[in-house]
Design a protein around this ligand. Structure first.
Ligand SMILES: *[C@@H]1O[C@H](CO)[C@@H](O)[C@H](O)[C@H]1NC(C)=O
Length: 347
């Protein structure tokens, strides 16, 4: 009994070793083939030139069909090949390979590059607030959550100024060169009344609204306000030239000066309106329509304006849609807005 067990075990081991060795050989063979290709492509002297430049050259040939590019291609070869850095046997091999490479070029498979989670939620929070719900409930979104009142937090703004404004701008300034295609800017409250009163869904839920968000509309329009209910904000919240002007330091009262500082021009609109509350989505393409320096400029403005926290925030609240390419009055029909932003006219 024992002996037969041992023999059986030994036989199994041998079979396993043979299988593993075969597998390793196969893997090695694969990598040998691959390194052979890359050797041809990168460092194969005369042979290497065509490996790299042939696709371009042959494309050009097809397009131009006049051979004008041949000298250029030859120049390319000679630059690479002048070193005469291979024994002739190598050349021969490479030339053979080139024949194959040329013939089989159209057989290369291409794989589209799909970036997972190509969308992000950007948020400002107070140190005391719990925003774990963002990762838990909106797990297929990346998130960047800035603590505005604790400079020791992993992600933080240098100051608690303009409420969410610095966090929103900080994200753009820091990530201008690697933005995902959809960026949602929103508040730290998950749902419920009164904290999330300005979220449109049944239980004022930012989770429901983001799950329903039509990112293709964001891509098409560049900007989508997450709120469709017109009030407050529409149809004419800010009239910088109201006559007589509002009393005291209201947003409307300070808006014209703020505009001139923000945009370096005096084309202050007669009316500025947008559904309230600074929750919106933008596309990367829309963000990139402005140079990075603009966002740095807005950031600096929020950081340094003598306007208080609340006024600075309100000025930005009535400026985001303009920064992101919309007319000063952005008050789409409520049902159209629901249809566009959430995919149903009856949210
Ligand atoms: C405004 O002008 C300043 C100084 O010339 C410049 O650095 C900044 O980028 C401008 N901002 C905008 C939004 O045009």
């Amino acid at each position: 009994m024992r002996l037969s067990y041992r023999i059986g075990t030994a036989a199994l081991l041998i079979v396993a070793i043979i299988l593993i060795k075969r597998h390793l050989d196969l893997v090695q063979d694969d990598s040998r083939v691959q390194s052979g290709w890359s050797f041809n492509g990168v460092s194969g002297g005369e042979g290497g030139g065509p490996g790299l430049s042939e696709p371009v050259a042959s494309d050009k040939n097809q397009n131009n069909n006049n051979g004008a590019n041949t000298p250029a291609a030859k120049g390319g070869f000679s630059m690479v090949g002048d070193g005469k850095n291979g024994p002739s046997a190598d050349h021969k091999n490479n030339e053979d390979d080139d024949g194959i490479a040329l013939g089989s070029r159209p057989m290369y498979e291409t794989t589209p590059i799909i970036v997972p989670n190509d969308r992000v939620i950007v948020m400002a929070k107070l140190a005391a607030e719990d925003t774990a719900w963002v990762s838990n409930d909106l797990a297929d979104w990346r998130n960047f959550i800035y603590t505005v009142d604790d400079i020791n937090a992993a992600k933080h703004t240098p100051k608690n100024k303009g409420r969410e404004s610095l966090a929103y701008l900080q994200y753009i300034v820091d990530h201008y060169d690697d933005l995902p295609s959809t960026i949602v800017f929103m508040h730290s409250h998950r749902d419920g009344f009164p904290v999330a009163w300005h979220t449109d869904t049944m239980v004022y839920s930012n989770v429901d609204s983001i799950r329903a968000l039509q990112t293709d509309f964001v891509q098409r329009n560049g900007y989508a306000n997450l709120r469709c209910q017109p009030s407050p904000g529409c149809p004419d919240e800010i009239r910088p030239f109201r006559d007589p002007p509002q009393q005291g330091q209201t947003t409307e009262h300070v808006y014209a000066d703020a505009w001139k500082q923000l945009f370096n021009n005096t084309d202050v609109p007669e009316v500025v309106a947008v559904a309230c509350c600074s929750q919106f989505a933008v596309s990367r393409d829309q963000v990139l329509k402005r140079p990075l320096s603009d966002y740095q400029w807005f950031y600096e403005w929020v950081l340094t304006t003598p306007l208080n926290d609340d006024l600075a925030r309100h000025v930005m609240e009535y400026t985001w849609h303009i920064i992101f390419g919309q007319d000063p009055v952005y008050c789409p029909d409520t049902y159209q807005c629901y249809e566009d932003v959430y995919g149903t006219p009856y949210l």
